[in-house]
Design a protein around this ligand. Sequence first.
Ligand SMILES: [Ca+2]
Length: 136
Amino acid sequence: MKLTTRIVALGALVAGAFSLTTVPASAEIQPQGDSGVTHAAGGYERCPAGYLCIFEWRDGTGPMAYFKSGSPDLRQQGMNDSVSSIWNRTDCFWSLYEGLNYTGWRIHYLPNDQFSWPGWQDGYEDNMSSLRLELC
Ligand SMILES: [Ca+2]
């Protein structure tokens, strides 16, 4: 009986040590090239340093696309008219546009801006179709 208790305790200790070395489910992703898309679970923290990230859902959640320089057509990333939050994790100025190929109205984002709807940009959620780096 006493031996069994010790074995169970040892098992719990090993399990605890293992969980400490497990990589957290939500962390900054490793970007693949100048742009990409991830469906990994998590929030804003998935956005890699040096990229502008857009999120399908509010508060940095849902599918995320990341960019070094931009995209003329967010259909390529499966994010057309579906952006609900952003994080400009760069030292540059960016513009997000209502239309494809940088047309229509645009919203400027400053270095390190993080934004989620609802907010002062009412009417723009789920409307952006292209984006690009404007000034560094
Ligand atoms: Ca649009």
